[in-house]
Design a protein around this ligand. Structure first.
Ligand code: HEM
Length: 444
C-alpha cells in the first residue's frame, strides 16, 4: 500500500515553516491542492491530514480503537492533566468517562444555568456605556469564574484568578513550538520549564486543597461537579482516588474555560462586523426576555442566539485541529499510515470547505434556520469532536455560551475597534490576537 501524496517542502524541516507560520492557511491549502488525504512532514513528525467527513468519521468513530491521542497530548499536556479524560487512553479512559458522564447529563447541568446568568449579570453591571474594553479578557474571566463555581462550589471563588494565571503559564509553555519539535527541552531546567513547574505546583496545591477540604467535611449536599465525581461509583463499587480527582479537576478547568470564552470572543467580533445580525439578536432578546434574566427554560426560544453561537463555532472552532496517533499500521482512504504516525482532522479546514457549506467564509447564522443541521454530514461540522471521545462538556458549553451572550447582548452592543486588527492565532486553541478591544454601547 502507498502513503498519501506528500506535501512538498524543505529537506529536514519539510513543511514545518509554512505550518508554523500560518497553520490555518496551510491546512486549507493542503486540502485544496493535495485532496482529502495528504502527508505532511513537521520536522521528524509524520502526519496524515484527512479533509473529508467520511474519513474523519472513520478516524474518530468507526475505527477509533485503532488510535490513541497524539504525542502532543500525551507528552506535553500529561504533566498538567495527568490521566484526566482529555489525555488518557484505553481502559483507564473508558472507566473515567463512565464515572464522569452522569455529572454532565442535561438534567444535572440545567442546575448550573442560574450560576451562569448570575455571573454574566455581574459583568453586565460592571460594563459602562461608551467604555472601551478587551471583551476577550472579560470572557476569559467570566468562564473561569463559572467553571470554578460549577466544579468546586462556593469555596474556590477566591482562587479563580490564581488558577487562571497558572493555566495561562502552563498553556504558553506546552504550546511552544520549540518544545514540541525538540522534546528534550522538556527535561531541561529552562526558564520556561521552571515557570511551568511552579504553575503546576500552584494548581496542585489549590486543587488538592479543595479535595481534602471536601473529603474532611464529608459534605454530601453540594451539587457541584467535584462532589458528583467524588461520589461516583463504578459497577464494582470503586471510586476515584485523590490523584484521579485532581487530574479530572485540572482537565475540566483547562478544557472547560478557554474554549467557551473563545467561542464568545469570536462571536462578539462577528456581531460587530455584521450589524444586521446584531439587530436581529437584540430583537430576539427583547422579545423573549424583556427585562427579566435568561433561564435554562428560555434556551429553545433563543433560536437566533443559538444559531449565532453555532455559526461562530463553524468559522472559528476553538479546537481548530484534532489529532490522533495510529496504534498499528493501517489504511485511511486507500493510503498507508504506519504505526506511531499522526493523523490530523481540522474543523477549521473542513467547516470552511465549499463542498459542505455555501459561501463558506461568510458569517450567515440564518443558514442554520432550516434543516441544514440534519442534512449535513455529521463530520462536516464537528467543533466538539466526535465518536467516543466527543466533548463531554458539549451541552454545558452550548448552554453557557447562549445564556452568557443573551445576558450581555440584551443590554450591550460591542463595536470592535478597527485597530489593532484581530488575527486568528492557532495555539493549543484558536485565539484572537491581540484580544478583542471594543467600545460598548448600551442598548436603547
Ligand atoms: C465551545 C466550547 C468547547 C469546545 C469547542 C470543545 C471542544 C472539544 C473537542 C473538539 C474535544 C475532543 C478532543 C479530541 O477528540 O481529541 C473535547 C473534549 C473534551 N472536552 Fe470540550 N469543548 C468545549 C467546552 C468544554 C467544556 C465546557 C468542558 C467541561 C466543563 C469540556 C470538557 C472536555 C473534556 C473533559 C474532554 C475530553 C473528553 C474525553 O476524551 O472523554 N469541554 N472538547
Amino acid at each position: 500500500m502507498q502513503s498519501a501524496p506528500t506535501v512538498q517542502g524543505l529537506p529536514f524541516l519539510r513543511n514545518a515553516v509554512p505550518f508554523l507560520r500560518a497553520p490555518l492557511r496551510f491546512l486549507c491549502h493542503v486540502r485544496e491542492e493535495y485532496g482529502d488525504v495528504a502527508r505532511i512532514g513537521l520536522g521528524p513528525i509524520e502526519m496524515t491530514l484527512v479533509s473529508h467527513p467520511d474519513l474523519v468519521e472513520d478516524v474518530l468513530l468507526t475505527r477509533s480503537k485503532l488510535f490513541t491521542k497524539d504525542r502532543f497530548l500525551r507528552e506535553q499536556l500529561r504533566p498538567v492533566l495527568g490521566q484526566g479524560l482529555l489525555s488518557s487512553d484505553g481502559d483507564f479512559w473508558r472507566r473515567q468517562r463512565r464515572l464522569a458522564q452522569p455529572a454532565f447529563h442535561r438534567d444535572k447541568i440545567a442546575a448550573y444555568g442560574d450560576i451562569m446568568v448570575d455571573h454574566a449579570s455581574r459583568l453586565a453591571r460592571e460594563w459602562r456605556h461608551g467604555e472601551i474594553r478587551d471583551v476577550h479578557k472579560d470572557m476569559m474571566r467570566l468562564t473561569l469564574e463559572i467553571v470554578a463555581r460549577t466544579l468546586f462550589g462556593a469555596n474556590v471563588g477566591d482562587h479563580a484568578e490564581e488558577v487562571g494565571s497558572a493555566l495561562e503559564v502552563v498553556l504558553a509553555v506546552v504550546a511552544d513550538p520549540l518544545e514540541i519539535f525538540f522534546p528534550i527541552l522538556q527535561r531541561m531546567p529552562t526558564r520556561n520549564r521552571r515557570a511551568f513547574d511552579q504553575a503546576v505546583k500552584k494548581l496542585d496545591s489549590i486543587v488538592y486543597g479543595v479535595i481534602e477540604q471536601r473529603r474532611k467535611s464529608g459534605a454530601t449536599e453540594t451539587n457541584d461537579l467535584l462532589s458528583m465525581l467524588l461520589h461516583a461509583r463504578d459497577e464494582d463499587g470503586s471510586s476515584m482516588s485523590d490523584e484521579q480527582l485532581r487530574d479530572e479537576c485540572m482537565t475540566l478547568f483547562l478544557a472547560g474555560h478557554e474554549t467557551t470564552a473563545l467561542n464568545l470572543s469570536w462571536t462578539w467580533m462577528l456581531l460587530s462586523q455584521h450589524p444586521e445580525v446584531d439587530a436581529a439578536l437584540a430583537k430576539e432578546l427583547r422579545d423573549v426576555l424583556g427585562d427579566r434574566p435568561a433561564t435554562f427554560a428560555d434556551l429553545p426560544k433563543l433560536r437566533i442566539t443559538g444559531h449565532i453561537i453555532m455559526e461562530a463555532l463553524r468559522l472559528y472552532p476553538p479546537a481548530w485541529s484534532i489529532g490522533r496517533e495510529a496504534r498499528e499500521d493501517l489504511e485511511i482512504g486507500g493510503f498507508l499510515v504506519k504505526r506511531g504516525e499522526h493523523v490530523g482532522c481540522s474543523p477549521w479546514s473542513i467547516q470552511r470547505d465549499p463542498r459542505w457549506f455555501d459561501r463558506p467564509d461568510e458569517f450567515l447564522p440564518e443558514r442554520w434556520d432550516g434543516d441544514l443541521a440534519k442534512k449535513l454530514h455529521r463530520y462536516a461540522y464537528f467543533p466538539f469532536g466526535g465518536g467516543p471521545r466527543f466533548c463531554i462538556g458539549q451541552a454545558f458549553a452550548q448552554m453557557e455560551a447562549v445564556l452568557l451572550l443573551a445576558t450581555l447582548a440584551r443590554d450591550f452592543r460591542a463595536e470592535v475597534l478597527a485597530r489593532p486588527r484581530i488575527v486568528a492565532s492557532p495555539s493549543v486553541t484558536l485565539r484572537p490576537k491581540p484580544g478583542v478591544r471594543a467600545r460598548l454601547s448600551s442598548r436603547p
